[in-house]
Design a protein around this ligand. Structure first.
Ligand SMILES: [Zn+2]
Ligand SMILES: [Zn+2]
Length: 267
């Protein structure tokens, strides 16, 4: 891809840096990442889900809390809270308004979506917002930026449906407190309920961990009469589903089953 002369000039004075390791990139670079980080990210994107064995872009696993309200959850990569390239992209997008990065995330999300969404023409894209306070602090809402880019690229309607009240940040809360906090935090913007009725929504979030925020917004859409809600995120956390163990301990079958489960845990 060739760069515009103006961009090259900007790069000479403000050399671009790799989004995930902050290394200086050559002034002529049009890239978001250094070569090493690109390779590492590629590797992360090809990792398999612990539950279903598919790559995350093909995997449709989602937190149980989302099952009643979402048709499916499509994601690109795993959020592991371990400082992975994926984790760093998510955190960078929260703090910095980088249009090129939002486009990159949107492109990846669309590539995952194409495999699973039948009727893209009918969709309305919306997003799980951050609070007005957070938006003021960073100057942007990453999920809004990403979902606008997705709607643009798919040539479908974008609509801002929700607002977030309250200042409590989800990441400081445990799973149950998150669900309660989320339920009281989101609401459909006054007067917008009528615009939801009968529509198919693509509900976008940057990262899905417990699924609390996404489930609340999906439920609000359905309650207001939305026809269906599909979820999409750049990253998601997938916890391994617990396998129910036999209550009758001591019989041969459950002993071998237990052995197998223990072995699985090590893999
Ligand atoms: Zn790098
Ligand atoms: Zn899976």
């Amino acid at each position: 891809m060739s760069m515009k002369a103006f961009d090259v000039l900007v790069n000479i004075f403000f050399p671009p840096r790799c989004v995930t390791c902050n290394e200086l990139l050559p002034y002529y670079s049009d890239s978001l990442f250094c070569d090493d980080c690109y390779d590492a990210l590629d590797e992360e994107l090809s990792q398999k889900c612990d539950n279903c064995g598919k790559t995350v872009s093909e995997c449709r696993c989602m937190p149980d809390i989302l099952r009643p309200s979402l048709e499916s959850l499509v994601s690109v990569s795993r959020y592991t809270s371990s400082g992975s390239k994926t984790d760093k992209i998510v955190l960078f997008a929260k703090d910095f308004k980088n249009k090129k990065l939002f486009d990159f995330m949107a492109d990846k999300m669309i590539a995952s979506l194409y495999a699973s969404l039948p009727a893209i023409g009918d969709l309305t894209v919306t997003f799980v917002p951050r609070s007005a306070k957070r938006k003021r602090e960073t100057g942007h809402d990453q999920s809004e930026m990403i979902s606008r880019a997705i709607a643009d690229k798919l040539s479908v309607k974008f609509d801002k449906i929700f607002q977030k009240r309250g200042e409590k940040q989800q990441k400081k809360l445990d799973k149950h407190a998150r669900a309660d906090n989320a339920r009281s935090s989101y609401q459909i913007i006054k007067g917008r309920e009528a615009d939801v009725k009968g529509k198919i929504f693509l509900l976008c979030d940057d990262v899905v961990t417990t699924g609390a925020s996404l489930s609340v917004c999906a439920e609000l859409l359905l309650k207001a009469g939305a026809h269906k809600v599909y979820g999409v995120s750049f990253a998601k956390t997938v916890k391994r589903r617990k396998v129910k163990r036999s209550r009758k301990s001591g019989n041969k079958k459950s002993y071998f089953l237990k052995k197998r489960l223990d072995k699985d845990k090590l893999l």
